[in-house]
Design a protein around this ligand. Structure first.
Ligand SMILES: C=CC1=C(C)c2cc3[nH]c(cc4nc(cc5[nH]c(cc1n2)c(C)c5CCC(=O)O)C(CCC(=O)O)=C4C)c(C)c3C=C
Ligand code: FE2
Ligand code: FE2
Length: 344
């Protein structure tokens, strides 16, 4: 049992008054592009037993040995390419912070406090829960910024939240979110964002790839609903946009390790599309609420190069929802729905 702090109390304000805090949580990212920062981040992330389902006695020597020796060096160059030089932060952190700040403007009148945290690295979930507590928030909504549920993302956010709440004598009321994979509010935002971004190009793409972060197949076999959620998003989005599956196929990216991952892999589909004579390709990543290493570098750098070097003529990367007006409106609606009954 974690020791409770004797001075653990809420502010001296009326404790019965409802005060709502909302914590937007995303994955996490290194604090810098140097070897040490990336190593620290990967070590925490890849030691999460929800992320890597291999017994620690077997996994830790591999992680602490070859992976944390070589991978940070390679990633350093990738993070350098996407780093926000003005803020001196990773794009994932910059965007998540802006999302929280902009959504806060919508909730000022209702006295709802919006903040953000990262599951791995900083600002930590523990630190931000303490902050919300110091502001007398006795009702807290945890909004995991993953539209598709996975135990490797959403569940591990909840683990971190409840683990920290074990240290509280007086716990707030807490709501967590499951997924919003086929929520009409999210699908409408995706559609609007895609149409807006594509209208900036002279030509229409012949195909739009819906690229989702991958997952080991055995996690899905064990009951993770992630694949189903990705398919639900793809189906709803095609329906909303009047597109067929060949016009808008679902693909998976970001493989890691030797396991079998969800199929089809994005590189195989890019090759196939090239063989079919497709010259103008668009790619959007609906599972990412913010542009990050996996979209800016992996898609917009690596796969752009793959497509263009093998005969493609135009590669249209459609940015994520980020802190656009479309995204902030969407988050406002989602939060309003999730805090129903807490607010009049
Ligand atoms: C077994 C390993 C991994 C699983 C399972 C996994 C699931 C998963 N990840 C995201 C979202 C993001 N992942 C990001 C980076 C990233 N992911 C993994 C591994 C797994 N992810 C690694 C090792 C990395 C680091 C980069 C690399 O080494 O290639 C990021 C970007 C972070 C950033 O700093 O920008 C995001 C976002 C989801 C949604 C998901 C669920 C299926
Ligand atoms: Fe990942
Ligand atoms: Fe990657």
């Amino acid at each position: 049992m974690i020791a409770l702090n004797e001075n653990d109390h809420w502010g001296e304000e009326d404790k019965l008054q409802k005060r709502i805090g909302v914590l937007l949580v995303n994955l996490g990212t290194p604090e810098g592009t140097d070897y040490r920062s990336i190593r620290r981040y990967l070590s925490q992330f890849l030691s999460d037993r929800r992320v890597i389902e291999i017994p620690p006695w077997l996994w830790q020597p591999i992680l602490q040995g070859p992976i944390l020796t070589f991978r940070p060096r390679r990633l350093s160059k990738s993070y350098e390419r996407v780093w926000d030089k003005t803020e001196n932060k990773s794009p994932l952190a910059v965007v998540t912070k802006r999302q929280a700040e902009k959504v806060q403007d919508y909730f000022n009148k209702q006295n709802v406090l919006i903040d953000w945290a990262m599951r791995y690295g900083q600002p930590s979930i523990a630190k931000k829960l303490d902050y919300l507590k110091s502001k007398d928030c006795n009702h807290i909504l945890i909004l995991s910024l993953y539209p598709q549920y996975s135990a490797t993302t959403t569940a591990t956010v909840n683990d971190a939240v409840f683990k920290h709440l074990m240290t509280y004598r007086m716990q707030p009321a807490v709501r967590t979110t499951f997924s919003f994979a086929q929520d009409p509010i999210y699908i409408a935002a995706l559609k609007q964002n895609i149409e807006q971004k594509l209208s900036e190009y002279k030509h229409r793409p012949e195909q739009i790839l819906l690229s989702f972060h991958g997952l080991p197949q055995r996690y899905v076999n064990a009951g993770d609903p992630y694949e189903q959620d990705c398919q639900a998003t793809a189906t709803a989005l095609r329906l909303a946009m009047g597109k067929t599956e060949p016009e808008m196929p679902l693909v998976y990216q970001s493989r890691f390790g030797p396991d079998k991952w969800l199929e089809p892999n994005i590189t195989d589909i890019i090759e196939k599309s090239l063989q079919q004579g497709i010259k103008r390709l668009a790619v959007v990543a609906p599972g990412f609420m913010a542009d990050c290493l996996e979209t800016m570098d992996e898609i917009n750098h690596e796969y752009r190069h793959l497509f263009m070097s093998k005969g493609g003529e135009e590669f249209m990367y459609i940015p994520c929802l980020n802190d656009s007006l479309i995204a902030i409106n969407m988050l406002h609606k989602l939060i309003t729905k999730e805090i129903q009954g807490w607010i009049s």
